[in-house]
Design a protein around this ligand. Sequence first.
Ligand SMILES: *[C@@H]1O[C@H](CO)[C@@H](O)[C@H](O)[C@H]1NC(C)=O
Ligand SMILES: *[C@@H]1O[C@H](CO)[C@@H](O)[C@H](O)[C@H]1NC(C)=O
Ligand SMILES: *[C@@H]1O[C@H](CO)[C@@H](O)[C@H](O)[C@H]1NC(C)=O
Ligand SMILES: *[C@@H]1O[C@H](CO)[C@@H](O)[C@H](O)[C@H]1NC(C)=O
Length: 397
Amino acid sequence: MAASNFLITLIFNYLTVYASKEIEESINALLPEDARLSFTQLATKYGHPAIEYEVVTEDGYILKLFHIPGNKGRPVLLMHGTAESADTWIIRGNLSLAVALANSGYDLWFGNVRGNRYSRHHVSLNPDDDDAFWNFSLHEYGFYDLPAIIDTILNKTGAEILNAIGYSVGNTIFYVLCSTRPEYNSKINVLMALAPICYLQNVPPPLSTLIQLSPLIYKLFTDLDINEMFNDNSLLNTYGKFICTRPQIGYDICIKNLLFPITGYDSEELKPAFVSVLVGHFHTSVSSRDLYHLAQIGFRKTFAQFDYGSAGNIEKYNSTLPPVYDLNLVTTKIVLYVGLNDFLATVADVAILRSQLPNVVRYIISPRWKCNHFDHVNGEHVNDYVFPYIRDVLESY
Ligand SMILES: *[C@@H]1O[C@H](CO)[C@@H](O)[C@H](O)[C@H]1NC(C)=O
Ligand SMILES: *[C@@H]1O[C@H](CO)[C@@H](O)[C@H](O)[C@H]1NC(C)=O
Ligand SMILES: *[C@@H]1O[C@H](CO)[C@@H](O)[C@H](O)[C@H]1NC(C)=O
Ligand SMILES: *[C@@H]1O[C@H](CO)[C@@H](O)[C@H](O)[C@H]1NC(C)=O
């Protein structure tokens, strides 16, 4: 009992207590410059100054949208994955997708979902004090954030339709949007889905075990009032930066023992030097409800809205079960790009998604057979095994 209380206190503190400014600064001083720069600073450093916009959603969240202007083809919207931000697309610097596409002249827009380091704002709710701020999951990303972002881009550019690139849950949210607000299908020309997450019933252990245990874990978290995970200033993130960058042992702990068992193993594409940059950007804030919604999709084997339990569902949805997202309504053109060594967006789960989407125009298996969930945007040689396919899709449709 004492041991479990100790563990719970430890989890609670590491997730919810912020590190002091002094600790934060002394740990940041050990990291390379790119770990500390924001999206806009990185964009400037790598030769493509970005413009920042604020997008306010129907339900009051204030989201940051970055724009690297260009004049080639349709505007391109890039959406990051879970517990990430737009930084994902640029932290590889000159090797990143943002810089590669900007060098080719594309008009690039980088979204940030509610809650992350750039979008931790609301017209009336305070993310530090109001639990209601964190009362969202990927449903709200798709139903509120994405349409606000898309409409802003179409308004600013005068375009009628855009191209999209989504990584991981950054494409799941397009399925949420297009099934719940089908009028948005006609605003998206093609979605390039990298490591597409939808079904999660074929993920291997240890994640499958966590998914099975998730109702208990979520109950513990809600009892402790932990609604936000991976805050940038939390002790977890701060000490994580220090531990994960200790030579060799840090890589063994954080990457080999924590990250790879979830994403698939590929140490050739993720070297310690890049980990030192990565820790400054990943993870960033996400709601515990979002992670639990993903876990529900896994153990319920159904792509549906958040499950509040039968009483809660009747109140919220007028039905004992949460509504299923109808993938038949997702008529936008979709290209699926899959890694054979991806433990999260497994080939088996993508096959279910593919069989239900009515308009998959291409299905691509990464030529790098060791391509794991992380490699699609973070790999050292994405320029060889991902970018040519992206360029081809942007030019072909
Ligand atoms: C990035 O690439 C550009 C063009 O090749 C080069 O001029 C610049 O020095 C590079 N920047 C960094 C920080 O490596
Ligand atoms: C979160 O949303 C649900 C469903 O809309 C609602 O029942 C619940 O009271 C909300 N919780 C908070 C803390 O706002
Ligand atoms: C963008 O929105 C503004 C304000 O609602 C409107 O006046 C303008 O015509 C819109 N521009 C385009 C290109 O739709
Ligand atoms: C709730 O569902 C029942 C049965 O499907 C239906 O008859 C009723 O009109 C619904 N109520 C509301 C408020 O939508």
